[in-house]
Design a binder for this molecule. Structure first.
Ligand code: 6AU
Length: 362
């Protein structure tokens, strides 16, 4: 970690002004508004539990992290499905959705996995992440897919079909015509003379009513979190630069390659999933999200040490991750989900992580 990097001492409200990625600028403002640097890792097993948890814990968090592939009953309907319902809760409570998909493959495959298939992750997840073991080209491929998606989402296709007799000038139109004329109908100039009928299919692009995520028609879905506008339509990527697990094989060279890839794709890469701050160049202002975070039970917080989960996961406290190691957002799963009262436990994490950030600022 670079101890004296200026971003370590800058309030999130200031970093919001200089971040390159529009979604990072938005997220820093949201963090400041909600006094929260907490991400809930919503690792539950049913869609019903996921939505209930997002609704209850939403007020305390700025990011909700999903693993859509461990949820049974995930509804893939692009208008009314689980992704759309989550998006409505994100608008209501003011949080971003981060699908922890850890993409890693050749560029073409990740483009398809990101934008198509059953889950269509790009449609509902503001943020996703990638392991760049496959090389930096993969990041470029994902950035390209996100840019194409954004260009398309601003418009919806209006299709109109008309059937009738042609009028003067219609033959010269470039539109898609299913013209029923035969060669016998042509005059000496090759123009078609007598036409029995003509079918014209016209496609035009019109701005969609709301250039945001699709909305359901269910009661309450129109609610929007006060104090900030809805997030921009941009999609963002976090590079999996370091992991929390014991014996992780990611080397320093790999982490450095993530830093270089982030700098090369500032318009798409928001930052990292990492265990320490990685900003080191003067104008670096990437955001760091950090899993492997747990608090000791209430009353024992100051002792600091938390045992791992016995399956390789290692934990640090928010104070260590934010104040000492300089990361920005703590990602907490079981520490909140398995508590007797997840919403009040989320508040305890929010307060501790925010206090650690204020201590870092001094
Ligand atoms: O708080 P936990 O241990 O219950 O959950 C941690 C969550 C899980 C992991 O898949 C994820 O964080 N995670 C990640 C991510 C976010 O990419 C990286 C990592 O190094 N460690 C880790 O636990 O959903």
């Amino acid at each position: 970690m670079s101890d004296r990097h200026p971003t370590l001492l800058q309030p999130y409200s200031e970093r919001a002004k200089t971040a390159t990625h529009p979604l990072s600028r938005y997220l820093f403002r949201l963090m400041d508004l909600k006094a929260s640097n907490l991400c809930l890792s919503a690792d539950v097993t049913t869609a019903r539990e996921l939505l209930a948890l997002a609704d209850k814990v939403g007020p305390s968090i700025v990011v909700l992290k999903t693993h859509y592939d461990l949820i049974s009953g995930w509804d893939y309907n692009p208008q009314t499905g689980t992704g759309v319902k989550l998006a409505a809760l994100a608008r209501k409570h003011g949080f971003l959705i981060f699908e922890d998909r850890k993409f890693v493959d050749i560029g073409k495959t990740v483009q398809m996995q990101y934008t198509a298939g059953t889950a269509r992750i790009i449609e509902w997840a503001h943020i996703t992440n990638a392991n760049i073991d496959a090389g930096k080209e993969m990041v470029r491929a994902m950035a390209e897919a996100a840019a194409n998606w954004k260009a398309r989402i601003h418009y919806e296709v209006k299709t109109s079909v008309s059937v009738g007799t042609p009028v003067a000038g219609q033959f010269e139109d470039g539109g898609e015509e299913n013209n029923n004329a035969t060669d016998d109908d042509r005059d000496a100039d090759g123009r078609k003379g007598s036409i029995v009928s003509i079918t014209t299919v016209t496609q035009s692009f019109e701005p969609a009513d709301s250039p945001r995520l699709a909305k359901t028609n269910e009661h309450g879905d129109e609610l929007v979190f006060p104090g900030i506008e809805e997030p921009p339509m941009d999609r963002g990527l976090l590079l999996l630069a370091q992991m929390s697990s014991k014996g992780c094989l990611m080397t320093k060279d790999y982490t450095q390659a993530c830093v270089e890839a982030a700098r090369e794709h500032k318009g798409f890469v928001m930052g990292y999933v990492a265990q320490e701050a990685l900003n080191s160049a003067p104008d670096d202002n990437f955001i760091h999200m950090t899993p492997g975070c747990k608090l000791p039970p209430p009353g024992e917080e100051e002792n600091g040490h938390v045992e791992g989960d016995g399956l390789g996961q290692q934990y640090n406290t928010p104070a260590k991750l934010i104040n000492i190691l300089g990361t920005d957002i703590v990602i907490v799963g079981r520490g909140i989900i398995q508590a007797a009262d997840p919403p009040s436990e989320a508040e305890r994490y929010r307060r501790k992580a925010w206090k650690a950030y204020l201590s870092r600022l001094g």
